[in-house]
Design a protein around this ligand. Structure first.
Ligand code: ADP
Length: 246
């Protein structure tokens, strides 16, 4: 099976010298295609930094990162932003739909931003898959939180993607609605061949993943596929001066 995402000793530090914060330290991960990976553990452990670096929203300060076989760690902003438009889908905790656009226009937005033909039939097909048949012309404000997240999933799947990244996709939903959203993400992996990498605090979400990665203080401390990868000697993600890290 091909790896769609590869991190080789990837580190991300903020600031320099004694006050540097090491948000990610030499993280090594290979994500195979058609899999659902959950990255978990407490706040401040480096989950958001992991997701942002992996999705090309941020650049690592050291290490090599490949997405769909391309090295993205040294890419300039222009290349990264094109890559994000064409190879990466995003699902956020707060849905991030555009309120002035219809549901269908929101789903088609990644194609429109990339100057591609509109593909309304594909949008309708994806909306039907996420259970929103007939709601194409509604505005996001007329939908429940769970329905809005369904639209976000359809939008994330509209392009030919390498990976869908999801940041706490069930974080603002009740348990039952969150479970439905996880069903859809699982279905995207199992039936549509998507690859999903998400960050979450929620054990009911990690329970649905093929693989769980635990981060602590910026280091990968556990990989459910490989067992514990490092248990001790983990430096804390605080500034060396001992002050607040943000
Ligand atoms: P999580 O998503 O697990 O809560 P983050 O990736 O947001 O963790 O943060 C990891 C560490 O890096 C934390 O100690 C955080 O305060 C620090 N950090 C994140 N972003 C910045 C930044 N822009 N400047 C300085 N420190 C940051």
């Amino acid at each position: 099976m091909n790896n769609v995402l590869e991190l080789e000793r990837v580190s991300r530090s903020y600031g320099r010298g004694g006050r540097a914060v090491h948000a990610l330290c030499e993280v090594e991960v290979q994500v195979p295609e058609h899999s659902l990976t959950a990255v978990t553990e407490p706040s401040g452990s480096g989950k958001s930094t992991f997701l942002q670096c992996a999705a090309g929203l941020d650049r690592p300060t050291a290490g090599v990162m490949r997405l769909g076989g391309r090295v993205i760690s040294g890419m300039k902003e222009r290349g990264l932003s094109r890559l994000r438009r064409t190879h990466v889908g995003f699902v956020f905790q707060s849905f991030n739909l555009l309120p002035a656009l219809t549901v269908q226009q929101n789903v088609l937005l990644p194609l429109r931003l990339d100057g591609r033909p509109r593909g309304p039939a594909r949008a309708r097909e994806l909306l039907a898959r996420v259970g929103l048949d007939g709601r194409e012309d509604a505005r996001p404000g007329q939908l429940s939180g769970g329905e809005q997240q369904r639209v976000a999933i359809a939008r994330a799947l509209i392009t030919e993607l390498d990976v869908v990244f999801a940041d706490e996709p069930t974080g603002s939903l009740d348990q039952e609605t969150g479970a439905e959203i996880m069903n859809l993400l699982r279905e995207a992996v199992d039936q549509q061949g998507a690859t999903v990498v998400l960050v979450t605090h929620d054990p009911s979400v990690t329970a649905r993943a093929d693989r769980v990665l635990r981060l602590a203080h910026g280091r990968l401390v556990q990989d459910s596929r490989a067992g514990t990868v490092a248990a001790s000697g983990v430096p804390r993600a605080t500034s060396a001066a001992g002050g607040p890290v943000r």
